[in-house]
Design a protein around this ligand. Structure first.
Ligand SMILES: [Zn+2]
Length: 259
């Protein structure tokens, strides 16, 4: 990589970390019906308003060594992780996605980060984020669509429909059903990625959810009956499908056919 590519990458990382910081705020405040602009963020323990140093993404937390400057209460690294993930994804997208699909990739990563924060914090995927996102991606897909438009429309219906079916079956078996938020999010994934990739996303998110769920229960970090938010698994699986879905499918088909 030449210095020019490096400087773009570093620039995108900084922009992504700043956005990541904003996505934390949006994901934590919108579900509670709060403004994302005011009041300014403050320490959860002593109420001191965060100043310029606290607000530097990632480094603010590191400089303060994870503690409030005034009351010494420890500050959760969760915010810093959100900023780091934002920075890494923004910087990595141009290496993983075709030039045209970047128009979709940045809004997609943004929506998925906000929803992940909200689902982890409140077990909630707010309509106030998902519905505008559906409108936005419908608009974007009218202009940027490597696949025929009907594949995205079908993806929307099959993504949502499959999760409704799974929910009905789960309820019938007396198991906890999926939330409406998860159903809407999977419909959104279908709208963004089309029928083929949303099916892969359903499979991957279920696989990821089971593996991590079993690991958490086995390690005693989670009770067997306590619900875990499914949104983050859809988000991770969706992003993997968006970036690597096609090569992943080709690889899998080869694997089957060569048997
Ligand atoms: Zn404090």
């Amino acid at each position: 990589m030449g210095w020019e590519a490096w400087s773009y990458t570093v620039f995108l990382f900084i922009v992504g970390a700043l956005f990541g910081s904003f996505f934390n705020v949006v994901g934590l405040r919108v579900p509670k019906g709060l403004s994302v602009v005011t009041p300014r963020s403050s320490c959860g323990s002593c109420g001191r308003q965060l100043n310029a140093i606290d607000l530097i993404p990632i480094f603010g937390w590191l400089i303060r060594k994870g503690r409030c400057h005034t009351c010494n209460a420890s500050i959760s690294p969760v915010y810093m992780v959100g900023e780091l993930v934002g920075g890494l994804l923004f910087a990595a997208l141009p290496f993983m996605v075709s030039l045209h699909e970047l128009w979709i990739a940045y809004p997609l990563v943004s929506v998925l980060l906000i929803l992940t924060v909200s689902d982890l914090a409140y077990m909630l995927l707010p309509n106030k984020i998902i519905y505008p996102a559906m409108l936005l991606f419908t608009g974007l897909r009218l202009f940027v669509h490597p696949l025929p438009i009907w594949q995205y429309a079908l993806g929307f219906m099959v993504g949502g429909g499959t999760l409704i079916l799974i929910s009905l079956v789960a309820t019938w078996m007396g198991k906890p059903a999926m939330g409406f938020g998860d159903i809407r999010l999977m419909a959104l994934v279908g709208l963004v990625m089309g029928i083929k990739l949303v099916l892969l996303c359903i499979f991957l998110s279920a696989l990821l959810g089971s593996v991590i769920g079993v690991a958490l229960i086995a390690s005693g970090k989670l009770d067997r009956r306590s619900p875990i938010p499914y949104g983050p698994f859809i988000a991770v699986a969706g992003l993997v499908c968006f970036c690597f879905g096609d090569p992943l499918m080709t690889w899998y088909m080869d694997l089957i056919l060569w048997q």
